[in-house]
Design a binder for this molecule. Structure first.
Ligand code: T46
Length: 132
C-alpha cells in the first residue's frame, strides 16, 4: 500500500505562518465538507470504518495523532504531527485514529457531504466489499 502525503507550502514572514488549501490544486478533489476533531482523549480510538467512495485529506494543524490505514492486505501507520503535511485517504481504506495529544486538532477535507450510507462499519463487510 502506498501512503500518499501531501506537502503544504507554508507562507511565512515576520508575522508568522499561513497555509492555503485549494480544491483541485493542492487538494486533489472538490472539497464539499470540512470538519475537525478536538478534545479526543489519548486512550480513545476513533474511526474503525471505511468509506465506499469518499476521499479525504487529514492533517493536524496543531498537536498530533496517529492514523492507521488498512487496505485489507496490509496495515500502515502514519503519525500526523506537522501542520505542513496532509494524508490523502482514498476510498475503501479501513481507518483508525488514536494516540491524540491533548492539544490535537484533526482537520479533515472531504470530497462529499456527510452520508451514513457511504460508511462500512463492520470489518468483515469491508473485506467482502473489496473482494478479499
Ligand atoms: C472519517 C474519520 C477520519 C456529522 O454529523 N457530520 C459529519 O460530517 C461527520 C464526519 C460526523 N457527524 C456526526 C456523526 C456522529 O454522530 O458526528 C458524530 C461522530 O462521527 P464519527 O463517529 O463517524 O467520527 P469518527 O471520528 O469515528 O470518524 C470521522 C468521520 O466520520 C469519518 O468519515 O473518515 O473521521
Amino acid at each position: 500500500m502506498e501512503i500518499k502525503m501531501i506537502q503544504f507550502q507554508p507562507h511565512g514572514d515576520e508575522r508568522g505562518m499561513l497555509i492555503a488549501l485549494e480544491e483541485k490544486k493542492n487538494i486533489p478533489f472538490e472539497v464539499k465538507r470540512v470538519y475537525f476533531m478536538y478534545g479526543t482523549k489519548p486512550e480513545i480510538h476513533r474511526g474503525k470504518h471505511a468509506h465506499k467512495s469518499l476521499k479525504q485529506v487529514l492533517f493536524c494543524p496543531c498537536g498530533a495523532c496517529t492514523i492507521s490505514l488498512d487496505d485489507g492486505k496490509e496495515v500502515k501507520e502514519v503519525r500526523l504531527d506537522k501542520s505542513t503535511e496532509g494524508l490523502l485517504v482514498e476510498a475503501c481504506m479501513w481507518r483508525e485514529m488514536y494516540d491524540f495529544t491533548s492539544d490535537a486538532v484533526l482537520m479533515v477535507l472531504a470530497s462529499d457531504y456527510y452520508d451514513e450510507d457511504d460508511y462500512i462499519r463492520d470489518y468483515e463487510e469491508f473485506l467482502q466489499y473489496i473482494n478479499i
